[in-house]
Ligand binder design. Structure first.
Ligand SMILES: [Ca+2]
Ligand SMILES: [Ca+2]
Ligand SMILES: [Ca+2]
Ligand SMILES: [Ca+2]
Length: 240
């Protein structure tokens, strides 16, 4: 006689798995008992069906959809499992399941823009901030911790970057040249702290205009400005 309801061996199941775990990966095993002769005979399902997990007739929960296991989108899933006895019985049991996703380093740092600009004028002082770069990383813990560095473009050693906050400061004064804009292109990277690190690059253009002398221009290049390319460059300097 079927007079005992089915029962899960736990009211609540919790498990942690890596995000991006592959389809069909084992997650956990629920067990249904029934004191009646023959044990539990019926069907087990997940409610709601939309979660990216499946359950087999023997109570094993597996990954159904790997792409939906993105910790940056959904960090944990809560759902129910239901064991329903075959008709004519209407007895059923339910239990709660919570699956938490552990972080993988699957995002690279992203700069707020792909290129930055800074300027150094004649009032330059050692230690002054020239420009600040900033990147963000969606991952968790070390996987999302960013350190900044100048990879190249700083051969003359004028600049230094704070690896923690992206501040680029002047550490050696620039010898400015009158009527000329000196340009420095720094290739900067933001690197995360994952076991296998990911990094992204950005360009930092720093311009250092020297003093401009309109009087000098008038005396020397009078009447030729529009015809001479070199003079046009100097005119640009003056309008910066
Ligand atoms: Ca039963
Ligand atoms: Ca992810
Ligand atoms: Ca991640
Ligand atoms: Ca990362």
């Amino acid at each position: 006689m079927d007079d005992n309801p089915p029962k899960f061996d736990q009211d609540q199941y919790t498990e942690c798995i890596l995000e991006n775990s592959p389809q069909d990966q084992f997650v956990l095993h629920t067990r249904v008992t029934d004191l009646d002769l023959g044990g539990f005979v019926g069907t087990i399902r997940i409610i709601p069906e939309t979660v990216p997990f499946s359950i087999s007739h023997d109570g094993i929960i597996r990954v159904k959809s790997s792409v939906d296991l993105d910790r940056e989108t959904t960090a944990s899933f809560s759902f129910q499992v239901e064991a329903q006895e075959n008709p004519p019985s209407s007895s059923k049991a339910t239990a709660d399941v919570t699956i938490t996703l552990l972080d993988e380093n699957d995002n690279s740092p992203q700069f707020t823009t792909s290129s930055y600009e800074g300027k150094v004028f004649s009032n330059q002082t050692v230690g002054m901030q020239v420009v600040k770069v900033e990147a963000a990383d969606l991952d968790e813990g070390p996987n999302g911790e960013i350190s900044y560095s100048i990879e190249f473009g700083n051969e003359r050693g004028h600049f230094e970057i704070n690896e923690n906050n992206g501040d680029i400061t002047l550490i050696n004064q620039i010898d400015l040249v009158d009527n000329t804009i000196l340009e420095f292109a720094l290739y900067v990277t933001a690197k995360d702290g994952g076991a296998i690190t990911r990094s992204t690059a950005a360009i930092v253009n720093i311009k250092a205009p020297g003093e401009s002398h309109p009087q000098f221009l008038r005396d020397t290049y009078q009447g030729q400005v529009e015809e001479d390319q070199e003079d046009a460059d100097i005119l640009k300097v003056l309008t910066v």
